[in-house]
Design a binder for this molecule. Sequence first.
Ligand code: PLP
Length: 390
Amino acid sequence: MIYADYNSTSPLRPSVLASMEPYFCEDFVNPLSIYPQAKTVREAIENARAEVARLVGVEAEQVVFVSGATEACFLGIVGGALANEGRKQLLCSAVEHPAVLQSCEFLRSLGYSSQAIPVSETGELQFDALLLALGKDTAIGSFMLANNETGVIFPVQEIAQACHAQGAAIHGDGSQAVGKVPVQFPNLGLDFLSFSAHKLGGPKGIGALVIADNKKYCPMLVGGGQEQGRRGGTPAVPQIVGFGEAARLCRVLLSEYQRPVEQCRDLFEQQLLAQLSECVINGQAVWRLPNTSCLTIKGVSALDLVQTLGGLGVMISAGSACSSLKAEPSHVLRAMGLSNLDCLSTIRVSFGPDVNKELVSELARILVKEIITARMSLEHDLSSRLVVGQ
Ligand code: PLP
């Protein structure tokens, strides 16, 4: 099996699984119960919170546990916009994840207006367009730290400065960046940061919303007042503990794996480009994640290729995972100016921390073989139709 779809999700690391295990059947009590048995569980949650906080350079109190990045983006954007009273405009980029786009859509139904800032053909944010759109009515801007399909990294620090200069709040979607490149919240100048545990070796169903000190925030999920009134609901203890362990591992290991992952990704791309004609790497020339390769391969259906590879035990993605079952051109690639046809011929390969040269060479070999076969069968198909048509 070759798994190269880490931007979609990642396997649990063994020590993460081990850390979670006691909290299912042994230490299962509700952490908010008043009997002494609950104290151990509360401590486990607070240790995990401290680890997640350390990973992104904040104080533990700034971390709010939520069900994942989708919820964190929603709470950050909606909670941040409503708290910035009197302002009714939202800004985001044209290549945001649906978690952000749909949160803006929700606010539109409450009377907000929203504007998507375009990107260039390399996937970079058109900063002039952002400056032009920002104004005294902008409630919040939401921009991703790194794109899930192309890996292109946005200059979030500059974006945050521009938003703050106009009195707007700023939310960063860190789902793809945290755990792959160093992310230090205080250096970025953000008000809110969202990310999910399962993208960085932790369990699914848990994520974090980081809130800047004293930032005005309007809680959406109130319930029993958990998470200091910022997100109600009984804490998902095993997931939180697993998130803490995954965060600890990322913090300790990131500097060891970041560069080797990039070298493997680059080797993979070199091998493909050397053997395939009409193959383009989107975002190659700009600042991007070390693990991601977004490839447009002419004359190939990405969906068919992904399915064929799946049958061979090789897992990659066509565009983003969320839209991979629909043959719809990716909005990210469309925003970068790709034709519909090129969008449908684009695959995403994303590696994890344990990638090595043998794995990428084997993946490149299998991919080249399947692409050549697919192209030959398309050619054959077309020429037989031509004969029939004559
Ligand atoms: N934001 C980005 C950039 C993502 O890539 C994803 C997931 O793919 C999300 C948000 C949503 O994360 P989750 O599905 O864990 O809630």
